[in-house]
Ligand binder design. Sequence first.
Ligand code: SF4
Ligand code: SF4
Length: 377
Amino acid sequence: MAFHVMLIPTLGCPSNCNYCWSSEEDSPMMKIEIIEDVVEWLKNFRNEPITFTFHGGEPLLAGYDFYNKALPLLAENLSQFKPAFALQSNLWLLTPELARLLAEYSIPVGSSLDGPEDLNDLQRGKDYYQRTMKGYKIARDNDLQVSFICTFTSYSIEFKEEIFNFFLENGLDLKLHPALPSIRDENPEKWALSPEEYGELLIYLLDEYLDHLDQIEIKNIDHICKSIFTRRGTVCTFVDCMDDTYAIGPDGSIYPCYRFVGMPEWVMGNVQDHPSREDLENSAPWKFMQQYKQYVDENCKRCTYIKFCRGGCPYNALAKSEGKIDGVDPHCTAYKTIFKEITRRATKEMLGSVSFGVDSEDTGKKSKPGVMALMIK
Ligand code: SF4
Ligand code: SF4
């Protein structure tokens, strides 16, 4: 995993998705001076390539002028670290001018849609679908690359076929996200997907994916296959994320990840003080995350998948136990289910009982590709 800094210009968001845990109505807006401090802080912090992701809340609330200043500040003053950028947005506030600016920096945009309009708007609120699609058109007209995250909830899982077909028929690649319980929510489990449901969903999507390999990309399945193949996690969920990811809140506070932004007990320092790595290591959240890592080393040590799972996401684990270290990522069951199934299929394919999706000499028919086709993708 490369060094990843998430920039959270605000936790405010014009949308009001039912299960969202990362927006706050009165959140302040990041001033450009904070970006100047990010630059000064990072100049002497680590000597390796950096990816910046603008996240929120809704990061486009910061407006064109903010990005018009922030992007050159980061790109030019930190050019020695070859900065790459990404943005996660609902696209409602995307204008052609902003889209052209983002395209100039080759910024891939992640957005969110939960499936067909009715279902999406039931979960994400009235008119969400139309407003996001309007932004999507502006993005495409200006050569921005957009991919969608689809949140599956305890409700929408009932419509998984409909949701998959929606993405397939509209030519949209898919990254899925299980609705999570939140540390902040009074009713944290309401929309959350159970680990068993999530495991079954991953297997369902694996099969659909193999049936439509040349028509769609399902990024989570790609990542899981790649992790199993290389024996190393390839996304933050499946590595020890805490040394390689930070999030900067609107006031310059430094957190272990965007999921903790806005919670004072998770502040490790502030970019305005240009803290060294040692300073951050002495903060309470850092120490807490190290304890989580040790907990994983101990509690997952007999698991076959520990090398490329690493206990899953610490935030998920802490959200489940109200901020205490009392278990690993509750999706452990889902991870084991999909890791086991892919490993089983890969072994079978390697032993030669299933083809890799090439034409069969006997019948001339194209057989269904197996998971090895995804592993070597
Ligand atoms: S806490 Fe979870 S979401 Fe955040 S960086 Fe770590 S694994 Fe990723
Ligand atoms: S699958 Fe479960 S037990 Fe295995 S490493 Fe991941 S969280 Fe730990």
